[in-house]
Design a binder for this molecule. Sequence first.
Ligand code: PGA
Length: 241
Amino acid sequence: MRIIKTKTYEELSLEAANIIRSVIILNPFAVVGLATGSTPIGTYKKLIEWYNKKEIDFKNISTINLDEYVGISYDDKCSYHHFMEENLFDKINVNKENTYIPNGMSNDLKNECEKYDNIINSKVRIDVQLLGIGENGHIGFNEPSDEFIYDTHIVDLTLDTINANKRFFDDESKVPKKAITMGIGPIVNSNIPLLLASGKNKSDAIEKMVKGQISSKCPASILGLNKNTIVIVDEEAGSKI
Ligand code: PGA
């Protein structure tokens, strides 16, 4: 695991965007795993800036997102579909037919999980998987639990996660209690898991992940099994390592 410590969120975003750009330069057909939440927004802004300057071309890449809420429709402004359109897809030249996000509105969620795994498995491998980390150590919506779940699955969000997500909703009672998430398998087996953390509230999770045992109680700790893992932390998130 390589740890990059930056002073600020801006530097963290630049480092992350540079790694993604390098992957796409080396392989214009790269499969890029994407994440939602506050943390990757600066990275996406950098990528958009370079696209506008014609310094990066997304035409041939595919993207696979980590997760989506159950019961929130595509066009809801709180959906991760909407987040991705607004923060990245509508602003670059990615072919939207090659962007994948689970469908949390499916009336057969079990089948939706299988379909998502088939999409993931149809790719040779995810070349770079961007990740945030929850204060509870989750990656994607793989919440702390008694076991690691390898494949895409439906998850009951923990109270910590529901509380953390409230900030994105006008009406707190609308915060979903369930989500569909890529499992641990494709994340840890991606060519480069790239985890970003910013802010003091992430320092405990980063400490557990970097210094603790590999444990499903801190799902991010599994990234220690992949020697290509890159963790980028700003000063506050990295203050305990
Ligand atoms: P955040 O979420 O980037 O909004 O802090 C990260 C996560 O929960 O994985």
